[in-house]
Design a protein around this ligand. Structure first.
Ligand code: UT7
Length: 336
């Protein structure tokens, strides 16, 4: 059977590291508060002349090298981001040109923290139908330029970082489904009733007569806003559900999973999700301490870091699960 396999991964974070201490004065926060409530120790911020597609380019080149393919074999770029280079066109077009791949298909998706899960699912479907054989899936974010870096914005400002991760996804013929390396399944969900629990209100066409106006700028409505408690409550419920859905669909149990890669928004959320699933902590790989929440880039960064740390090994059953703005959530189950 024709299925999708990840044949290469890569990640990149801008070199400028910002510690919790660096934010103390800027946002009237403390290292102690951030560590205790979130587990975050530092994050990376892009320089002024760097944008999302620049980070994506570095991660993509690393993934292409890791896959050992000619970049010319890529037929489609799927770019997941909530922090695009420009309002339009999509960042996949800018990345495509930077990669020198003019003419191939370029698709942006806007599923925030669940972006990589949705993007992998789309890649999987294109490969199963035979439409494409080689797809570059990228998640990249520059959050630092969009945050309120004053005490007013400290509730969100300390949580997010910049970074990018990419995966080369190729078609493969699966002859031994119980042992071959491929994407077994993906499951996607959303509940738009909660859209305003984590969103950026403006700019946008729902903002009355003008998509951006001085009043909204003065009110700071172009900064993201979040009801942290509500997001937390839903995240700790929906991520375990998405993992159970994935294992049950494949006739497996949670105990069969060798490695859990959860979206990295808060270490307390990850620990609660792990406990709800009875997942031993040694099977859960985390990157939040180093990168904070990099939204759509989080899961591909985790894949790359786990691989380079020797934690992700051939033959392992791996579940990726995410939850975020929308609300959106879902899972990808694969054998590495
Ligand atoms: O990727 C998906 C998107 N995001 C998430 O999944 C995040 C989900 N939510 C969370 O992770 C947590 O709700 C937060 C980390 C955002 C907040 O943790 P919390 O334990 O729910 O704290 P809180 O919002 O209840 O705030 C507690 C206190 C407040 O002070 P008072 O009212 O108790 O005096 C805040 O003003 O902490 C204060 N506070 C801060 N203090 C220092 C809020 N932000 C900060 C800060 N530094 N950065």
């Amino acid at each position: 059977m024709l299925r999708a396999r990840i044949t290469g991964v890569g990640s990149y974070a801008p070199p400028h590291i910002v510690t919790n201490d660096d934010l103390e004065e800027m946002m009237n926060t403390s290292d102690e508060w951030i560590r205790q409530r979130t587990g975050i120790e530092r994050r990376h911020w892009a320089d002024d002349d760097i944008s999302t597609s620049d980070l994506a380019l570095e991660a993509s080149l690393r993934a292409i090298e890791n896959a050992g393919i000619d970049k010319e074999s890529i037929e489609l770029i799927i770019f997941a981001t909530l922090s695009p280079d420009h309002n339009f066109p999509g960042s996949a077009c800018f990345l495509q040109t930077k990669l020198g791949l003019e003419g191939i298909a370029a698709l942006d998706i806007r599923q925030q923290c669940t972006g990589f899960v949705y993007a992998m699912s789309i890649a999987d479907q294109y490969i199963r139908t035979g439409m494409y054989k080689t797809i570059l899936v990228v998640g990249a974010e520059v959050h630092s330029k969009g945050l309120d870096k004053t005490p007013r914005g400290r509730d969100l400002g300390v949580l997010f970082g910049d970074g990018a991760g990419a995966a080369v996804v190729e078609a493969c013929e699966v002859t031994d489904p119980a042992n071959d390396s491929y994407v077994l399944s993906s499951h996607l969900h959303a509940d738009g009733r909660y859209a305003q629990m984590l969103w950026t209100k403006v700019p946008g066409m729902a903002n009355g007569p003008h998509w951006l106006d001085v009043e909204s700028i003065e009110k700071g409505e172009y900064f993201p806003q979040m009801d942290g408690r509500r997001v937390y409550i839903h995240a700790v419920k929906k991520m375990p559900e998405s993992v159970r859905e994935a294992v049950e669909f494949n006739g497996l149990t949670v105990e069969d999973i060798d490695l859990f890669l959860f979206h990295q928004a808060n270490l307390r959320i990850i620990e609660s999700v792990g406990e709800a699933l009875n997942a031993p902590p040694e099977k859960v790989f985390n990157t939040i301490q180093e990168y904070a929440n990099t939204t759509a880039a989080t899961l591909p960064i985790e894949l790359d870091e786990a691989l380079r740390a020797g934690v992700l090994k051939k033959g392992m059953l791996v579940v990726l699960s995410a939850f975020g703005s929308g609300f959106t959530w879902g899972s990808v189950l694969l054998r590495w």
